[in-house]
Design a protein around this ligand. Structure first.
Ligand SMILES: Cc1cc2nc3c(=O)[nH]c(=O)nc-3n(C[C@H](O)[C@H](O)[C@H](O)COP(=O)(O)OP(=O)(O)OC[C@H]3O[C@@H](n4cnc5c(N)ncnc54)[C@H](O)[C@@H]3O)c2cc1C
Length: 331
């Protein structure tokens, strides 16, 4: 009935080899997490549900596949592809939100230092001076920053949020001339089990997955490094990261060519870790919150961008209900 780690679940259901060769690179890899500590309930609840409902993962997957095929026949064909992104990059989403909200004042580049209770509402204190008053506040900052804001107003919630870990990752993007490139790129990329002894965790063949991202006549690859099990690699400088990636691509894909473009990005402490019993801890945080405070973002109920959008929408609805004087609903 309780939560358990991804490693414990996979070992119990499918054995050690399935954990090391499939679950660790494919499932823990999405979260840049250690499968021994990450919560199965907060990351892949559908597996827990499948086990509960069908007794066996394989029987459950076959049943789900059958149901999907039946549903697909009933539904009109859709234009959605397996992978989706925004045409001109994710910044487009922020630009569009600003464009569609002419009545909202955005203070980008402004750092909040603290929040405090004032005259029955909230005061937001800006670094370097300045103060904003509000009846309701939605805190959409990373968990560690939110913990700092809550320290004086909801200390128990702050203590729990402080324990949520973040790990660092890095990505390296390489572009090559398509003509004479030594690999056919007939897929979307690959993940690498730790036992193979390479630096990279995964490689996306960007020009196959999102062709519009690469100019005609070129191919592009994007590799991921770091995460909970290899965090030290994510801290290396750009030249070292590019060299590690090129060595791995030579050994794994046989790519010997010189890239025409290479760039490394550091995502320092950007990947939140959902450890065993994460969901119960978040329940406690929400119960401990002072009235008029709401939380949103990847630290709570899902790390994907759609999860974050849902989290923001729910918090906004809860804040509106609060302002209208309706009873509190969980966000
Ligand atoms: C390398 C990588 C690849 C990923 N790939 C995918 C993917 O393919 N698909 C997918 O769905 N998800 C992906 N994710 C996950 C997803 O991008 C994140 O989970 C999501 O963007 C987190 O959103 P958020 O709003 O919770 O946090 P953030 O986007 O980090 O927003 C927090 C905001 O708080 C602000 N802030 C911090 N401190 C303060 C302060 N003191 N005052 C004011 N503001 C402050 C920050 O500036 C920031 O804007 C990926 C993540 C990484 C790192």
């Amino acid at each position: 009935n309780g939560d358990e780690s991804l490693a414990s679940f996979i070992r119990r259901r499918m054995g050690e080899e399935a954990l090391k060769k499939m679950a660790e690179p494919m499932l823990a890899g999405i979260y840049a997490s250690n499968p021994e500590t990450m919560s199965i309930g907060s990351t892949f609840p559908m597996f827990v549900e499948t086990e509960r409902k069908y007794r066996s993962l394989i029987i459950g997957m076959l049943a789900r596949k059958k149901a999907m095929l039946l549903n697909a026949k009933k539904r009109p064909t859709s234009n959605f592809s397996l992978f989706m992104t925004l045409k001109d990059g994710l910044g487009e989403m922020v630009e569009m939100v600003i464009k569609k909200s002419p009545d909202i004042q955005f203070l980008s580049g402004t750092r909040v230092e603290s929040i405090s209770q004032k005259e029955g509402g909230w005061s937001v204190n800006i670094e370097g001076g300045g103060e904003h008053q509000a009846q309701a506040l939605i805190l959409a900052t990373p968990g560690s920053i939110t913990a700092r804001f809550l320290q004086s107003v909801s200390p128990k919630a702050a203590e729990i949020l402080k324990q949520i870990k973040y790990v660092s990752t890095a990505t390296v993007t390489l572009a090559y001339k398509e003509e004479g490139f030594s690999h056919s790129l007939d897929g979307f990329g690959f993940v690498v089990p730790r036992s193979e002894g390479h630096s990279i965790l995964a490689c996306t063949w960007t020009s196959s997955k999102f062709p519009h991202r690469t100019p005609e006549g070129y191919v592009m690859l994007r590799c991921f490094l770091g995460g909970a099990l290899k965090e030290d690699i994510a801290e290396k400088d750009e030249a070292t990261l590019i060299s590690l990636v090129r060595q791995d691509l030579k050994e794994i894909m046989g790519v010997h060519e010189e890239p025409v473009f290479s760039k490394a990005f550091h995502n320092r402490k950007a990947n939140v870790q959902y450890e065993v019993n994460h969901s119960q801890r978040i329940d406690t945080v929400l119960q401990e919150l002072e009235s008029g405070l709401f939380l949103a973002g990847s630290a709570y109920r899902g790390i994907g961008i759609p999860d974050c959008i849902q989290s923001g929408t729910q918090s906004a609805e809860s804040a509106i209900q609060f302002l209208a004087g309706e009873p509190k609903v969980e966000n």
